[in-house]
Design a binder for this molecule. Sequence first.
Ligand code: CTP
Length: 392
Amino acid sequence: MKKIVIGITGSIAIYKTCDLISLLKKKNYDIEVIMTEHATKFINPLTFGSLIHKPILVDDFDDTGYQIKHINIVKDASCFIIVPASANIIAKIAHGLGDDALTSAFLAATCPKIIAPAMNVHMYENTATQKNIEICKSYDIHFVEPIDGPMACGYSGKGHIANLDDIVECIDYMTSSHPLKGKHILISAGPTLESIDPVRFISNHSSGKMGYALAKAARNLGGHVTLISGPVSLKIPYGVDFISIESAQDMYEAVKEFMDFQDYIIMAAAVGDYCPATYSETKIKKSDSHMFLDLQKNPDILSYIGQHKTKQTVCGFAMETDHVLENAQNKFSNKNCDLLVVNDLFEEGAGFKGDTNKVALITKHFVEYLDLMSKDDLSYRIIEKLMKIKGE
Ligand code: CTP
């Protein structure tokens, strides 16, 4: 269990920290909480104590024992995050103050540190606050930027606390080891959408979940991730370069633009094999009985990558319904992959929409059958395999 220390300061966004703690508990983090005196004016420590089932540190000098609390609490921590962080705490940290339990513990912590600010837009934009943020960044403190939005004070602008999912993803990243540091990973995800006319299109059932899980895993492992995605209803992963596309042709152009400097390329997208030969600028009216669509072949992006790769280690996916291994092995060699992940659409727990997958990994010499697992866990297995193939 990884230990994280959460510092909480006096900001109306404090109520969001309750939800954040619930999200982090679901991910099995061991949580400690430190509050400033001002924070306790907004929410009683009992609330956080009830969520984490532990005492909350507010006062370093109360008389409950002889431990040095601000030192003990950060021992073995994997990450220290202050959320919400007021302008005041950022100023104190920038100047190395240790005048309460939170600032003293932050000074004593040697683990990765994150600050998620939340304050009035003018306080955030104030030159002093911005300078203090720059100073903190120079100490290797990572900021999860506030977002634009309406504020409790009646103003609207940048200062609204970041999306909680982004904060959780940032913690996931900061608490991971980074064997892919300095490496570039291009991942494609989701379906492609081929327009017929302004109203209709051809697409497929891909949810994008596998590609997005891969992007998060590669980011957590320290890689510089470029995610090229067709239209899906998933949140854009935190900290990745995101390119939104519609058609297979769009994806092909994007891949060509970015592939040269990649170390790894993973084609998890369900690329449409065909598109309408002509696009109608106006809505096609229905005919009496049949309608015929003239379709033309899309570029095979993975084959293009396979033919033009230089240093890139390349992974393809195959979704099959019959002659699974035979078809997949043909794809592996025809498309010149280094790894092919094959799943059988009719296997329980495999396929497009769910959160799990059951696959086999095909490499030059082996076929490895994996058990049913979450797409998150599978992503790490795939990336580990690719790193092994590359010899990293
Ligand atoms: N792929 C691609 N470009 C295409 C079609 C597929 O890059 N036009 C990639 C997919 O992203 C996947 C792999 O090729 O990594 C295999 O995709 P799949 O749909 O299983 O196979 P196809 O090559 O399309 O062959 P078929 O549909 O006949 O099984």
